[in-house]
Design a protein around this ligand. Structure first.
Ligand SMILES: Cc1ncc(COP(=O)(O)O)c(C=O)c1O
Length: 470
């Protein structure tokens, strides 16, 4: 009997000592012992329970409590992550044919949402911090400029924070968006915990978002796939939102997932909130200690960059001289059993949550110091990852459904892409359907593949082919 998934998971379980990645529960229980509930409480809409598609009883009550805790007018649970939450939110605040203004560095789910809802896209470009080789925030004035320039824009979609915990001036952006009487939809996938501490960035609802979607599973202790959609203002038609939730979500929503959302919220109202304060203090302490270590650099958001207003300190974004982020991540994993959230050419990212304890942080610090002491003598080649601005020649939804053909990457230069090319993580497309493929981009893709970055969207075993519009 072959059980490859089980075998793979068991291997990780043996090797992993400490988790600095999502899900936020880090394999630990909070208010209840899940072993008592799985599989017994994995059930369906039995008499006496409730239905996520028309909640009147316990699900309604649970969602109502969540909306009070998160400061929302209405909350809907998503059992298919923020990905589906974004499809729902986009569908609720737009109509097919509308134009949305998004960050070019948005997560794939926003692009997919535009395809599904047949939305036209206009872009704001995220600042590329050349000194630190990092996409940081957006300038609120760019949002204003775009809204002036393109009156067709109905909705502005921003990420708060980005994958690295960096936040633009969302307060100002909300003010501008509302001055132009548009809707602000916030992808807050990485910010569910903001509500629970004033030492963290402002939550998007507090800053004035009309609607936001949070991956509870990423930064709070709930199961993967569990997210919440929160409504922040009367600009959102709640009945339309409910209809869209019903359109996109499974007709068999998992009670385990919904319970997990409830437990995470309940935990954060009590013990979780205190633990979060401790984690923030510990993450700050480790950051300061690491900054003092020769060869280690931690990006704290205090660096000169006017597009960063807030930084989530629970995410430790760091480099070690002469090593790629991927090498750092591998060393931590293989030599210490520490699994990080992400790495790229320069950076490694440790994602901490309320479920990490002091010992986890001390062990991470010790490991980073030891790796830095043994770092290689070579000089890492400096590479600029600021990609050229995308040239779009067809709306994303038209290019996505257009007849396609598969060509070699080299032959694709000058052709129009009909698919996404996305490094994972963080899941931000390098190339979208409807965009013209440039030589720079092809070279970048080859380079990223060579250094071991996982790229999704290329075809064939060696990943040397791509789908283009015929
Ligand atoms: C910025 C951002 N938005 C949305 C998503 C999608 O979230 P989920 O995994 O909950 O579907 C992710 C996932 O990594 C993300 O990083």
């Amino acid at each position: 009997m072959k059980t490859p998934i089980l075998d793979g998971l068991n291997k990780i379980r043996e090797r992993e000592k400490v988790s600095f990645h999502m899900p936020g529960h880090k394999g630990k229980n909070t208010l209840i012992n899940w072993a008592d509930y799985i599989p017994y409480m994995d059930t369906t809409e039995l008499y006496g329970l409730d239905n996520l598609h028309d909640p009147k009883g316990i699900i309604k009550e649970s969602q109502n409590i969540a909306s009070q805790v998160f400061g929302a007018k209405e909350t809907i649970y998503s059992v298919n992550g923020t990905t589906t939450g974004i499809y729902i939110a986009l569908a609720a605040v737009t109509n097919p044919g509308d134009t949305i203004l998004i960050q070019r560095q948005s997560h794939k789910s926003i692009y997919n949402g535009a395809i599904l809802n047949r939305l036209n896209i206009d872009y704001i470009y995220t600042n590329y911090n050349e000194k630190h080789h990092l996409y940081t925030g957006i300038d609120p004035l760019d949002v204003e400029l775009k809204l002036k320039e393109n009156p067709n824009i109905s909705t502005v979609v921003i990420s708060h924070p980005n994958y690295f915990g960096l936040c633009s001036d969302i307060d100002k952006i909300a003010e501008i968006v509302h001055k132009y009487d548009k809707i602000l939809l916030v992808d807050e996938a990485h910010g569910s915990h903001f509500t629970f501490s004033n030492k963290l960035p402002i939550s998007s609802l507090e800053a004035g978002a009309d609607i936001c979607v949070q991956s509870t599973h990423k930064t709070l202790p709930s199961f993967t796939q569990t997210s919440m959609i929160h409504v922040g203002s009367p600009r959102v038609n709640i009945q339309k939102l409910r209809n869209m939730s019903s359109l996109y979500q499974t007709t068999s929503p998992s009670y385990i997932f919904m319970l997990s959302l409830e437990i995470a919220r309940a935990y954060m109202e009590g013990e979780g909130k205190h633990r979060l304060d401790k984690v923030i203090e510990k993450a700050k302490e480790v950051t300061e200690d690491l900054k003092a270590i020769d060869g280690v650099f931690v990006f704290t958001g205090d660096e000169e960059d006017k597009t960063i207003k807030y930084k989530d300190v629970t995410k430790i974004l760091f480099t070690i001289e002469n090593m790629t982020g991927t090498e750092i991540m591998k060393a931590l994993m293989e030599d210490y059993g520490i699994y990080l959230e992400m790495s790229d050419y320069y950076y490694a990212l440790a994602l901490s949550t309320v479920m990490n304890d002091e010992g986890d942080f001390n062990y991470l610090k010790k490991a980073i110091i030891e790796i830095a002491e043994k770092r290689p003598k070579r000089n890492l080649k400096t590479i600029d990852f600021n990609l050229p601005k995308a040239k779009t020649s067809l709306p994303i939804y038209e290019a996505y459904y257009a007849p396609k053909e598969v060509v070699n990457l080299e032959e694709s230069i000058g052709r129009m892409s009909s698919s996404f090319v996305i490094p994972y993580p963080p899941g931000v497309p390098l190339l979208c359907p409807g965009e013209i493929i440039s030589r720079e981009l092809v070279e970048y893709i080859k380079f990223a593949t060579d250094i071991g970055i996982e790229i999704i969207g290329l075809i064939s075993y060696n990943k040397e082919k791509i789908e283009v519009v015929k």
